[in-house]
Design a protein around this ligand. Structure first.
Ligand SMILES: [Zn+2]
Length: 149
């Protein structure tokens, strides 16, 4: 990593010591010579989704992306990789904020709330498929519910 003081290269003086807080390392800057410690914290990258009947499965961002892409078929959104990646990132951040586990229904809500602003048509398709909305009153109720949150 770069020196936080002068941005020059640093080298590890002492390799990791695992402490209850995380992995600690001592570094020295090759430029200004300052020594500092770093603390490496493992970030949980595997999230879980709680389905109905309390069945828990691993969150699969590729699967989520595929389901959004299928809802965005022939829409400009399908080619907008930056927006799609941002959407997946946002959803992942939300799951992380919740401690790494999310209810499938909440996950659907997160995706719908974002899709609605990004692409209303993709949103309606996603909601009808993944929330099993199969009539206009159901869709209207869904829209009202999202407006309320
Ligand atoms: Zn330095």
């Amino acid at each position: 990593m770069r020196c936080p003081y002068c941005n020059d290269e640093t080298e590890v003086l002492r390799t990791g010591k695992i402490t209850p807080d995380g992995m600690r390392r001592k570094r020295e800057c090759k430029g200004c010579g300052i020594r500092f410690g770093t603390l490496e914290i493992a970030e949980q990258l595997t999230f879980r989704v709680r389905k109905r009947k309390n069945e828990v499965v691993l969150f699969d961002d590729q699967k989520l992306l595929a389901s959004i892409l299928s809802a965005a078929r022939k829409r400009p959104l399908a080619d907008n990789t930056a927006v799609l990646a941002g959407l997946i990132d946002d959803v992942s951040d939300d799951i992380r904020d919740r401690g790494g586990v999310i209810d499938a229904a909440d996950l659907g809500d997160l995706v719908c709330a974002r899709l609605r602003w990004v692409d209303p048509i993709a949103y309606v398709r996603y909601a009808t498929i993944h929330k099993r909305i199969d009539d206009i009153p159901g869709l209207r109720a869904e829209l009202d519910r999202l407006d309320g949150t």
